[in-house]
Design a protein around this ligand. Structure first.
Ligand code: NAX
Length: 366
């Protein structure tokens, strides 16, 4: 049996965690041979509810669940964590403007970034789910100067999975038959679900669907799926979000299937003309615990407009919290090659393999 890994989860008594923790303990995220230590973090007033969740986890008698620890602060909760799932966030209250939401969460995620910097394992992998997820990831990473910004990602896998499920349902296919789905940009209603590279049973999806359906129904449906679920259920998506967290972290750690493309919110390195320094969802592949942007995808005019609109929203969000971002970390967010220090291997232009290397054709591996 392997040594257990430490997984810290914030918002551990919330709705998403009520599905998520049980999946992790059952081995769905880290693999069926990987014991886990769950370091569960909540706000002080929710500690009693958290104790209840811990009792239920215990009562499942999961063989892979080594230890559960409960914390009412992130400084204790992130200690030596190998993985950090930042699920808890301040929800938008009545009368609250989006800028208020951004600022209130900025404070929470700044503290969490600092705590990760000071207490987590040096190779910690961080996945931010709490909204606004992309900008929260930016804030956390900027507050963790000793960690690489490539160690921080945000959740856009739910949007990816939604796009896949909705397309499969429309075409009478199963999700197994579908590949090449891509989500670009922000986890918000401006996100761009792109089907131009998608395939159904190996044949172009665009040749099998109506363009008007794609543009007028499919795209808005994926963008507004969260609201549709709240309308129907009276509560926001929780089980599907938990599944997406498991999928994104599992693929990051254990790798994607050969040829498979997934979507992940990661720091832009300028690929596809997206401004460096914002967390943007790109198509990626993963192996050896790293992710790598899929390059060489042709972007048509329709896609470009949508990719730019969602990029602009992220730049606007960044502008709202700019005064809260430590200036000294800006450079590391623009020059990803200094991430080498984190142990998340990243080859800068002059430290990586030659551009004509037969064995490795990319010089940017995250
Ligand atoms: P809940 O309100 O059920 O649970 C959130 C929990 O987080 C609460 O128990 C609260 O006490 C705790 N919490 C709040 N601030 C905390 C802090 N600073 N430290 C530790 N714990 C804290 O929300 P839930 O449905 O679980 O959703 C959690 C977050 O995920 C929300 O921000 C939500 O908007 C976001 N989502 C993001 C998605 C994505 O794809 N990126 C999709 C699903 C979800 O909507």
């Amino acid at each position: 049996m392997r040594r257990p890994v430490r997984i810290a989860v914030t918002g551990a008594a919330g709705a998403i965690s009520y599905s998520l923790l049980f999946k992790i303990a059952a081995g769905e995220m880290m693999g069926k041979d990987q014991p886990v230590i769950l370091q569960l973090i909540e706000l002080p007033h929710a500690m009693n509810a958290l104790r209840g969740v811990a009792m239920e986890l215990m009562d499942c008698a999961y063989p892979l669940l080594h230890t559960i620890t409960l914390h009412d602060n992130v400084e204790d909760g992130f200690k030596n964590a190998h993985y950090a799932l930042l699920v808890g966030a301040k929800p938008r209250g009545p009368g609250m403007e989006r800028s208020d939401l951004l600022e209130e969460n900025a404070e929470i995620f700044a503290r969490q970034g600092k705590a990760l910097n000071d207490f987590a394992n040096r190779d910690v992998k961080v996945l931010v789910t709490g909204n606004p997820a992309n900008t929260n990831a930016l804030i956390a990473s900027r507050n963790a100067p000793d960690l690489s910004p490539s160690q921080f990602t945000c959740l856009t896998r739910l949007d990816h999975n939604r796009a896949k499920g909705i397309l499969a349902n429309h075409c009478g296919a199963t999700t197994r038959d579908i590949g090449g789905i891509m989500i670009w940009g922000n986890h918000s209603a401006t996100q761009y679900p792109d089907l131009h590279q998608a395939t159904i049973l190996g044949t172009s999806a665009m040749s099998q669907i109506d363009t008007a359906w794609y543009r007028d129904e499919f795209i808005p449906k994926v963008q507004k799926r969260g609201a549709e679920i709240i309308d129907a259920r009276g509560q926001s998506s929780a089980a599907s979000a938990a599944q997406a967290i498991v999928d994104q972290m599992r693929d990051w750690v254990l790798g994607t299937e050969p040829g498979e493309i997934i979507s992940m919110g990661i720091l832009s390195d300028g690929s596809y003309g997206i401004t460096k320094g914002v967390y943007y969802s790109f198509p990626v592949r993963c192996n050896y615990g790293r992710y790598q942007i899929v390059h060489g995808i042709e972007i048509n005019e329709f896609s470009r407009q949508r990719m730019t609109a969602t990029e602009q929203e992220l730049l606007d969000e960044k502008a709202v919290v700019e005064h809260l971002l430590p200036k000294e970390t800006e450079e590391s967010h623009q020059n990803l090659h200094i991430c080498l220090r984190s142990g998340v291997t990243l080859y800068a232009d002059n430290t990586g393999p030659d551009s004509d290397s037969r064995f490795m054709t990319t010089n940017r591996v995250m």
